[in-house]
Design a protein around this ligand. Structure first.
Ligand SMILES: [Fe+2]
Ligand SMILES: [Fe+2]
Length: 340
């Protein structure tokens, strides 16, 4: 249908109906966002330019290669869906006519997560000599267990996208990304630990870069919360409490261990994962042990609790790591607003 014409009727055009995807303005309010953007420009890195010439997968046994590739595959279950998740969020910053620097910061997260995904891909394809675990023919028992776990992780991860797409227009950015901070705190810590403990130069460098990126994502989230939470709608508070619990359940898959009541996985999943991680450690690939992961995760949540307390938002109970709070039941993959 042809659009109605106005130019022959009036001197100036009518108001553009809102919401409209392009703001055509560049508002600067939150100075901190501008600083984070500048840091993202300075700290940009290219996975292809890491010291790949020093990386020789044949130095490792096939069991070790399969075990290291397994860990990168777990990460990729999260990071391979992060670019579209943040691309959708970035579009929302335009629709919402967010401040200029906020739009750029969401663009930087999309770009960073794309790098993380690319890094997972480079590590996995070199280690397995296959496009992914899904196409890979395992060479050892460890590889067979790893492939089965990856298949289940992939299946689970495929279940939140429809729900996310529906949630994006429904909630404000501050609500959508309320559990973002917790994930970023824990991710930043785990990557710094892995960088410190890892012996392979190319992985060490990648973890350092990814950890630094996650630290910036954390700062973006903090800044948004400080800006928006003081004027938040009371009705949003229970949604945030639920999102924190959902974020815990979802992100435990990479930052801790996947909780059985939420992840659709069999009894042998976690024992297999522990066995595979032990093999990765023998190869100088430092995956934190159960207790260290738990401590890290717990600290991230206590940090988050400190932030929410300031704004009078109840924290959910996380009995898995010994945190008491408001009981939140019945969360499914479809309820997840993924954060990385
Ligand atoms: Fe990431
Ligand atoms: Fe991130």
């Amino acid at each position: 249908m042809a659009k109605e014409k106005f130019a022959h009727l009036m001197e100036l055009p009518p108001e553009t109906p809102q919401p409209n995807v392009y703001p055509l303005n560049w508002v600067t309010k939150t100075k901190r966002m501008e600083e984070i953007w500048d840091a993202s420009q300075r700290e940009y890195w290219d996975p292809k330019k890491l010291p790949w010439d020093t990386f020789d997968p044949s130095r490792y046994s096939w069991e070790q290669r399969e075990a290291i590739a397994y860990w990168w595959s777990i990460l990729s279950v999260f990071d391979a869906s992060a670019p579209p998740v943040f691309a959708a969020a970035m579009i929302k910053t335009y629709e919402a006519h967010e401040e200029d620097a906020v739009r750029r910061c969401f663009f930087s997260v999309t770009r960073d997560e794309q790098n993380h995904e690319q890094m997972c891909g480079m590590a996995i394809t070199k280690l397995l000599e296959a496009p992914s675990y899904l196409e890979y023919e395992p060479k050892t028992e460890i590889g067979r267990k790893a492939k089965k776990n990856v298949q289940w992780l992939y299946f689970n991860g495929g279940r939140y996208w429809e729900g996310y797409k529906q949630a994006v227009p429904k909630y404000s950015l501050a609500v959508l990304f309320s559990s973002f901070l917790m994930g970023e705190i824990a991710a930043a810590t785990i990557f710094h630990q892995m960088a410190a403990g890892c012996t392979e130069p190319v992985f060490k460098e990648a973890f350092r870069m990814i950890g630094r990126d996650e630290g910036r994502h954390m700062a973006i989230c903090m800044t948004m919360m400080e800006r928006d939470y003081p004027k938040m709608d009371l009705a949003d508070k229970p949604v945030i409490t639920k999102q924190i619990r959902a974020g815990y359940l979802f992100l435990s898959g990479v930052l801790f261990e996947p909780p059985m009541e939420f992840w659709d996985i069999a009894e042998d999943f976690i024992p297999a994962q522990r066995e595979i991680e032990a093999v990765a450690r023998t190869a100088g690939f430092f995956v934190p042990e159960y207790e260290a992961k738990k401590e890290n995760w717990k600290n991230a949540m206590l940090n988050m609790k400190g932030v929410l307390d300031k704004y009078g938002i109840p924290f959910p109970a996380i009995p898995e790591v010994g945190i008491t709070g408001e009981e939140v039941l019945d969360i499914h993959m479809e309820d997840i607003i993924p954060v990385f």
